[in-house]
Ligand binder design. Sequence first.
Ligand code: FMN
Length: 350
Amino acid sequence: MSIYSVFKHLAFKFDPEFIHDHSIKLAAGAPQITKFFAPLSKKPQYHLNQHGLNWSFPVGLAAGFDKNAISIKFFENLGFGAVEIGTVTKEPQQGNPKPRVFRHAAQKSLRNAMGFPNLGSELILKNVKKQKPNMQTCLGVNIGKNKETSPEKTPQEYSYLYKEFAPLADYLVVNISSPNTPGLRDFQKKELLTPIMTALAEVQKEIYKPIFIKIAPDLSYDELRMICELSKEFSFSGVIATNTTLQHDLGKGGVSGELIKPFAQKIRNQACSILAEDPKQMIIGVGGIDSYAEIKDFWKQGGSFVQVYTGLIYQGPALLKNIALAIDEDMKKYQVSNVEELIQAIKQKS
Ligand SMILES: Cc1cc2nc3c(=O)[nH]c(=O)nc-3n(C[C@H](O)[C@H](O)[C@H](O)COP(=O)(O)O)c2cc1C
């Protein structure tokens, strides 16, 4: 039995958010603790360099896990190729009333209605600055609006957050797809998204960092197409697909993990085909990814980087090691010597 299985057995007896907060604080104080979890040993052949982003492993940590950027080193030590912090809002906020995170263990899924609880941009920026000199990992910063911010003031808030974090981040993510901030998903409509993108394109001229739009798995094809077209028009870097889904009847909040798979996969595949004709656009895949099989499927469609959240809760650090083992095997099978060649070989054979 692995150390993580013992930890999980105990942890699952407690409220998910309580355990998460305590574990992540412990991880922040002792990032070397990862050695007890048999972390992934990184190899140069796992490096993936796409569109100027350099990940040491094709799997990154999804947003929401280290919201306040306190444990970046811990996740880097575990073997993640990138860490996305946030969602960060301009002002600190408490989020929705607790309990707001729920396990659906039989379906290896989670449901959350958190509503961006976070320390706010000023403190989170300090946390990032403190860790930056010690950090080798690719850093994504996921930004969102405060609950009380009006639609008119929202573009300014995103551009403020971009300006604050762009000097330290490798990429930024515009989160307009969390289902737990009232009205946030309305910004996936053209008339509300365009002003945000205009404001961001303006500040991007001062300091350039790639920007991705994080989208919901509940979009129609036309809505998805419109967002992809805007990403091209504004020369953004593409989309992160997807956030949690509302297509369930389990209670409040968005669902992630095994239950999201069909919805997230459909949107990812559609986004891959819409953006295929533009080599400057990229899709970062997230949502129900919990094995190499899903990653390979995403690579066949034209994707490259992926992120995980719920899979890590259910499988622990073994998830990364198992993916690495499967990559090693496939590199032998396809007779290639690194992940970039592997992705090409898989795409060509499909
Ligand atoms: C408890 C919890 C909190 C989350 N918080 C955020 C967040 O703050 N910002 C965000 O963009 N996504 C957030 N997410 C969504 C994840 O980043 C991811 O998109 C989603 O869970 C689907 O991936 P998964 O199936 O691997 O979990 C959260 C997910 C969970 C389970």
